[in-house]
Design a binder for this molecule. Structure first.
Ligand SMILES: *Cc1c(COP(=O)(O)O)cnc(C)c1O
Length: 479
């Protein structure tokens, strides 16, 4: 480890240099650290990257164009970008046991775009080229192109429904995947809240998707990827897993065997900044069959790679290969389970009655609130969460009936199971004391609520006190 002194000096000097040009940016960066230090961050998709990861992003790599892949660039002078891209890919392959890793995607959505287009190119474009007796896209006739465009745009995707915890990019309207693909979704069992594999198999048999997608942003349980692969195979679908949320649990070997997506999926996508604790970015893992198509992500759907972020990915992935990352991953789940138990004991209603992973979904209708009211009341009390739909949500995707909470960030800070019980007490206290409000005309509001400011204040102080024993970036002092 570097000396704490070096970390402080690095960030202080960086701010001094920025301050000389635009002091308001330096101030905002400092304020962001202060805010993050003070808030009880339970947003399931956020984390705190290491100083080394953060520092790897602020440098000359940002100036380089490097379209292409390692050793095959469309720009000259990419030898150092080659070094960091190859390192990031190597660490990713070793960490996840994958045959191929593509570390250029700029975000999770970009990783999914690369994966979708790689599969479409493999399964639609390649056979169409053959059928047209063409060796290259340039050999296609106008009519071939027309057919190709029509087929590229009308393939079938089966993914988890949004309100069961799936992601927008798995075929939902606001995302291009929902416009291009003919999409259908599988939900969860209305009683248990769990994925019903028989129902997934039935939907697959009826719908015959080209791509079966597993993965989620708001499902608090494990998914059996071996069974999902069998379902995909039974209908000739390509099996894709989007592990954006739980990649850290895969990296830390908490999800193994049937629950490790890498040996079971044809293609795996992820973010690098959620439980994996790296820089903001994405990544695609696959076997040799799809590797060439995946490597065409740029320029197919991505702009030039971000070499500074790939450098930070290499640093974060090196960190994730150390034994203490496995400890971290296990503590994420221990903490989520302690939080769930603490909430259940106090009478909260949870989707699936608990958790096997890093997140807990509270059904706040049990407190007579919408997700929007609950989210805001918690925020007033110094607790940062986000509202989220619950299965068959009567309040839709805007107001919702759920609060999603996750433990990757607080676990990085060092909080443990005792603090999770204290956190459960704070959350329950706020939600229990918040009352749904009404509109001016007396009708019930889905947004307004009443919470005694004195109580919000008291909980804010308790949250700050809980955090004070676990300073964030203890090695960094900015003044
Ligand atoms: C967060 C998330 C994404 C999108 O990641 P971005 O980096 O925000 O683009 C994609 N899929 C799933 C399942 C996610 O949870």
């Amino acid at each position: 480890m570097s000396s704490p002194n070096a970390e402080s000096t690095a960030f202080r000097s960086a701010l001094e240099v920025i301050r000389a040009v635009e002091p308001r940016v330096a101030d905002a960066i400092g304020a962001e650290l202060a805010d993050q230090r003070e808030s009880l961050k339970l947003i399931a998709s956020e984390n705190y990257a290491s100083p080394a990861t953060l520092l790897a992003m602020g440098n000359w790599f940002s100036d380089k164009y490097a379209e292409g892949t390692v050793g095959r660039r469309f720009y000259a002078g990419c030898q150092n970008v080659d070094t960091v891209e190859a390192l990031a890919a190597e660490h990713a392959k070793e960490l996840f046991g994958a045959a191929h890793a593509y570390v250029q995607p700029h975000s999770g959505i970009d990783a999914n775009l690369v994966a979708f287009w790689a599969v479409l190119a493999d399964r639609v474009e390649a056979p169409a080229l053959k059928k047209a007796q063409a060796r290259h896209v340039n050999d296609l006739t106008e009519e071939d192109w027309f057919t190709l465009r029509r087929e590229l745009g009308n393939q079938r995707m089966l993914g988890m429904s949004l309100d069961a915890g799936g992601h927008l990019t798995h075929g939902f309207r606001p995302n291009i995947s929902g416009k291009m693909f003919d999409q259908r979704s599988y939900g969860t069992d209305p009683v248990t809240g769990l994925v019903d594999y028989d129902k997934v198999a039935e939907a697959a048999r009826e719908f015959k998707p080209m791509i079966l997608v597993a993965g989620y942003s708001a499902y608090p349980r494990k998914v059996n990827f071996r069974i999902m692969r069998e379902i995909a195979d039974s209908v000739g679908a390509t099996f894709m897993v989007d592990m954006a949320h739980f990649a850290g649990l895969v990296a830390g070997k908490v999800f193994t065997g049937d629950f490790d997506p890498v040996p079971h999926a044809h293609i795996v996508t992820t973010t690098t900044h959620k439980s994996l604790r790296g820089p903001r970015g994405g990544m695609v893992l696959c076997g040799p069959e799809l590797a060439d198509q995946v490597d065409r992500g740029c320029p197919m759907v991505l702009g030039g790679p971000l070499p500074h972020v790939m450098a930070a990915k290499a640093v974060a992935l090196a960190e994730a290969r150390r034994p203490d990352f496995a400890d971290y991953a296990q503590r994420i789940v221990d903490n989520a389970q302690a939080l769930a138990e603490g909430l259940l004991r106090r009478g909260a209603k949870l989707v699936t009655d608990g958790t096997d992973n890093h997140l807990v979904l509270i059904d706040v209708s049990g407190y007579g609130l919408t997700g929007r009211q609950a989210e805001q009341a918690l925020l007033d009390s110094g607790i940062v969460t986000n509202r989220n739909s619950v299965p068959q949500d009567p309040n839709g995707a805007w107001y919702t009936s759920g609060i999603r909470i996750g433990t990757p960030a607080l676990t990085t800070r060092g909080l443990g199971v005792a603090e999770m019980d204290a956190t459960a007490e704070l959350i329950h206290t706020v939600l229990n004391q918040t009352v749904s409000g009404s509109n001016a005309d007396g009708t019930p509001s889905k947004a307004k609520y009443v919470l005694e400011p004195a109580l919000a204040d008291k909980v804010s102080h308790q949250a700050a006190e809980l955090l004070s024993a676990f300073p964030l970036y203890p090695s960094v002092t900015l003044s």
